[in-house]
Every structure is written in structure tokens, then in C-alpha cells.
Design a protein around this ligand. Sequence first.
Ligand code: CU
Length: 198
Amino acid sequence: MSHALSAARFATASVALIVLAGCAHQAHDHASMRARHHPGMDAQQYAAMHAKHHGGMANQATPTEPVRLSASAPALSSGYKKVAAPADAKLYFVNLRNGQTVTSPVRVIFGLSGMGVAPAGVEKEGTGHHHLLIDVAEVDANAPLPANEQFRHFGLGQTETTVELKPGTHTLQLVLGDQNHIPHHPPVVSERITVTVK
Ligand SMILES: [Cu+2]
């Protein structure tokens, strides 16, 4: 079916219809749809309208319960002063989202903005290294992150990895650690997501 033709014929009256028709596509390109059907609309307006018409289609996944993270203290009981993190620091999964179905081995790409990545052992303000938490429900924000199968360290400054996961559901989360693997103050953590391994 031609969207361009129907758009021309029915003009504004069929805007809702066209948007709903767009939903039928597995992957529709928002930018080109917007340009074709709503040339006067900017990306933000289009996103708002699109979200309204989809009515939750875009994200049907049940939210994942956040990790239980202890309140961060500026220093550890040993007197160790934590490395400060800017308030706008953001840690996120580049290629995974909550509710996604994946196949093992799972490639995980780490995203960080507002801070830099430095290897463990390197003391440099505004930096840290990645940790991937697998099926972890609780994190002590005032201690070095454990190093085991559930707490994976990327002390060379790696920004992606591939993990073997058994079939079923698993939670994934990223936590940034300083040169000594201690969470920053405030802690820099990603959303905790659930993925289903086929
Ligand atoms: Cu570490």
C-alpha cells in the first residue's frame, strides 16, 4: 500500500489512520514516516503523537525491579574518599532494552555519557570502568564491587563484552567503578533490565 498516495488523498483527516497503518510494519522508520506524513512536525511533536497512537505498543515489557542499592556515603568507613561523579553522568545499554529476547552468547555494549572510561588502577577525575551485573539484586554502594561470575569487571577499559547466558530470564545492569572498583558518589548505574534468552 502506498502511504504517500493515501496521505495525498485523505490529507489531514486520515493522519490517525496512517499512523496506525504504520504500526503494522515490524520496523518502521520514524524519520522517513514523519517527513512523508507530517512535514510540518518536528521530531519531538511526532514522537509524542506516535507514542499516543501506539498506546504502549512500543514497550509492553514489565518494568524490572530496580537493584537494592545502599545509600551512598561520600567516604568509606576506612576513610577512603569516593571519586565524585557529575550529576549528569549516564550509564546505559547501547544495544539492549528491557524485555528483549536474545540468543546466547549475548553481546552487550556499554554506553557512558558525562564521564570517561579509564582502566582500573588509573586515578583520573571524571572517569571509571564498567562492571556488568548479571542477576544481581543488591549492591553495596560503599564497598569495592565483588569480582565473580555475577559481577564482571572490565578493568582494561573495555566498552563491550559477550556473555554466555543460560536459557530463561536474566537481569543485567551496569555499574561504574573507580580505579579501586568502588562505586562513585553518587553511584553511576544503568537501568536494570530483564532479557529472555531463547
Ligand atoms: Cu572493577
